[in-house]
Design a protein around this ligand. Structure first.
Ligand code: AMP
Length: 121
Protein backbone atom coordinates (compact mmCIF):
# COMPACT_ATOMS: atom_id res chain seq x y z
CA UNK A 1 0.00 0.00 0.00
CA UNK A 2 1.39 3.33 -1.08
CA UNK A 3 0.78 6.63 0.66
CA UNK A 4 1.32 8.52 -2.56
CA UNK A 5 -1.87 10.28 -3.67
CA UNK A 6 -1.06 9.75 -7.36
CA UNK A 7 -0.46 6.02 -6.78
CA UNK A 8 -3.92 5.95 -5.19
CA UNK A 9 -5.37 7.65 -8.29
CA UNK A 10 -3.62 5.11 -10.54
CA UNK A 11 -5.02 2.14 -8.65
CA UNK A 12 -8.50 3.65 -8.32
CA UNK A 13 -8.50 4.25 -4.55
CA UNK A 14 -9.05 7.97 -5.23
CA UNK A 15 -11.27 9.14 -8.11
CA UNK A 16 -9.94 11.33 -10.91
CA UNK A 17 -11.29 12.98 -14.00
CA UNK A 18 -9.30 11.03 -16.61
CA UNK A 19 -8.40 12.37 -20.02
CA UNK A 20 -6.16 9.64 -21.46
CA UNK A 21 -4.62 6.43 -20.21
CA UNK A 22 -2.44 3.61 -21.49
CA UNK A 23 -0.41 0.86 -19.80
CA UNK A 24 2.31 3.25 -18.68
CA UNK A 25 0.82 6.74 -18.28
CA UNK A 26 -2.26 8.55 -17.06
CA UNK A 27 -3.55 12.07 -17.72
CA UNK A 28 -6.28 13.64 -15.59
CA UNK A 29 -7.65 17.08 -14.69
CA UNK A 30 -5.90 18.95 -11.89
CA UNK A 31 -8.28 19.35 -8.94
CA UNK A 32 -7.25 23.02 -8.54
CA UNK A 33 -6.86 24.30 -12.11
CA UNK A 34 -4.60 27.28 -12.76
CA UNK A 35 -5.74 27.70 -16.38
CA UNK A 36 -8.81 26.74 -18.47
CA UNK A 37 -6.90 23.59 -19.45
CA UNK A 38 -4.85 22.13 -16.60
CA UNK A 39 -4.01 18.46 -16.98
CA UNK A 40 -1.61 16.38 -14.90
CA UNK A 41 0.39 13.72 -16.74
CA UNK A 42 1.99 10.98 -14.69
CA UNK A 43 3.78 7.65 -15.18
CA UNK A 44 2.07 4.66 -13.57
CA UNK A 45 5.45 3.53 -12.30
CA UNK A 46 6.28 5.48 -9.15
CA UNK A 47 9.15 7.85 -9.95
CA UNK A 48 9.74 10.60 -7.41
CA UNK A 49 10.41 13.50 -9.75
CA UNK A 50 12.06 14.67 -12.97
CA UNK A 51 15.55 14.28 -11.53
CA UNK A 52 14.93 10.59 -10.84
CA UNK A 53 13.42 9.80 -14.25
CA UNK A 54 15.33 7.98 -16.99
CA UNK A 55 15.47 8.86 -20.67
CA UNK A 56 13.08 6.08 -21.64
CA UNK A 57 10.27 7.28 -19.39
CA UNK A 58 10.85 10.94 -20.31
CA UNK A 59 10.76 10.19 -24.03
CA UNK A 60 7.57 8.17 -23.75
CA UNK A 61 5.82 10.63 -21.46
CA UNK A 62 6.71 13.35 -23.98
CA UNK A 63 4.90 11.48 -26.77
CA UNK A 64 1.96 10.76 -24.47
CA UNK A 65 1.80 14.46 -23.58
CA UNK A 66 1.62 15.40 -27.25
CA UNK A 67 -1.43 13.15 -27.54
CA UNK A 68 -3.02 14.77 -24.50
CA UNK A 69 -2.44 18.22 -26.02
CA UNK A 70 -4.24 17.10 -29.19
CA UNK A 71 -7.14 15.64 -27.21
CA UNK A 72 -7.51 18.87 -25.23
CA UNK A 73 -7.41 20.92 -28.44
CA UNK A 74 -4.35 22.97 -27.51
CA UNK A 75 -1.77 21.36 -29.81
CA UNK A 76 -2.11 24.20 -32.34
CA UNK A 77 -2.97 27.12 -30.01
CA UNK A 78 -0.08 26.26 -27.67
CA UNK A 79 0.39 25.36 -24.07
CA UNK A 80 2.88 25.34 -21.21
CA UNK A 81 4.44 22.23 -19.74
CA UNK A 82 5.74 22.49 -16.17
CA UNK A 83 7.30 20.03 -13.79
CA UNK A 84 8.08 21.12 -10.26
CA UNK A 85 11.10 19.22 -8.97
CA UNK A 86 11.98 18.95 -5.29
CA UNK A 87 11.64 21.43 -2.45
CA UNK A 88 12.93 24.56 -4.20
CA UNK A 89 10.89 23.67 -7.27
CA UNK A 90 7.74 23.74 -5.15
CA UNK A 91 6.92 20.06 -5.70
CA UNK A 92 4.06 19.02 -3.40
CA UNK A 93 3.22 15.55 -4.69
CA UNK A 94 6.33 13.37 -4.79
CA UNK A 95 5.39 11.43 -7.91
CA UNK A 96 6.70 12.69 -11.25
CA UNK A 97 4.07 14.79 -13.01
CA UNK A 98 3.88 17.35 -15.76
CA UNK A 99 1.33 20.15 -15.65
CA UNK A 100 -0.08 20.86 -19.11
CA UNK A 101 -1.55 24.38 -19.01
CA UNK A 102 -3.39 26.11 -21.81
CA UNK A 103 -6.69 27.36 -23.17
CA UNK A 104 -5.71 31.00 -22.67
CA UNK A 105 -2.78 33.29 -23.42
CA UNK A 106 -0.54 32.54 -20.45
CA UNK A 107 1.60 35.24 -18.91
CA UNK A 108 5.25 34.60 -18.15
CA UNK A 109 5.24 35.57 -14.47
CA UNK A 110 8.38 37.11 -12.95
CA UNK A 111 10.03 37.56 -16.34
CA UNK A 112 9.31 41.26 -16.95
CA UNK A 113 8.64 42.96 -13.67
CA UNK A 114 11.57 41.17 -12.04
CA UNK A 115 14.27 41.59 -14.60
CA UNK A 116 17.02 41.22 -12.03
CA UNK A 117 16.65 37.66 -10.67
CA UNK A 118 18.75 38.30 -7.58
CA UNK A 119 16.15 40.85 -6.37
CA UNK A 120 13.45 38.26 -6.61
CA UNK A 121 14.58 34.77 -5.81
P1 AMP B 1 2.99 20.05 -7.55
O1 AMP B 1 2.95 21.27 -6.69
O2 AMP B 1 3.75 20.26 -8.84
O3 AMP B 1 3.47 18.83 -6.79
O4 AMP B 1 1.50 19.82 -8.03
C1 AMP B 1 0.62 18.92 -7.46
C2 AMP B 1 -0.71 19.14 -8.14
O5 AMP B 1 -1.56 18.06 -7.85
C3 AMP B 1 -1.43 20.42 -7.72
O6 AMP B 1 -1.65 21.26 -8.85
C4 AMP B 1 -2.74 19.90 -7.12
O7 AMP B 1 -3.85 20.74 -7.40
C5 AMP B 1 -2.87 18.55 -7.77
N1 AMP B 1 -3.64 17.56 -7.05
C6 AMP B 1 -3.49 17.17 -5.76
N2 AMP B 1 -4.38 16.22 -5.44
C7 AMP B 1 -5.11 15.98 -6.56
C8 AMP B 1 -6.19 15.10 -6.88
N3 AMP B 1 -6.71 14.25 -5.97
N4 AMP B 1 -6.70 15.13 -8.13
C9 AMP B 1 -6.20 15.98 -9.04
N5 AMP B 1 -5.18 16.83 -8.81
C10 AMP B 1 -4.65 16.84 -7.59
Amino acid sequence: MSNCIFDKIINGEIPSNKVLENDEFLAFHDINPKAPVHILIIPKKHVENFQEADAKILGKIGEFTQEVAKLMGVDKSGYRLVTNCGADGGQEVMHLHFHLLGGTHLKWTNAKENSDPKDTF
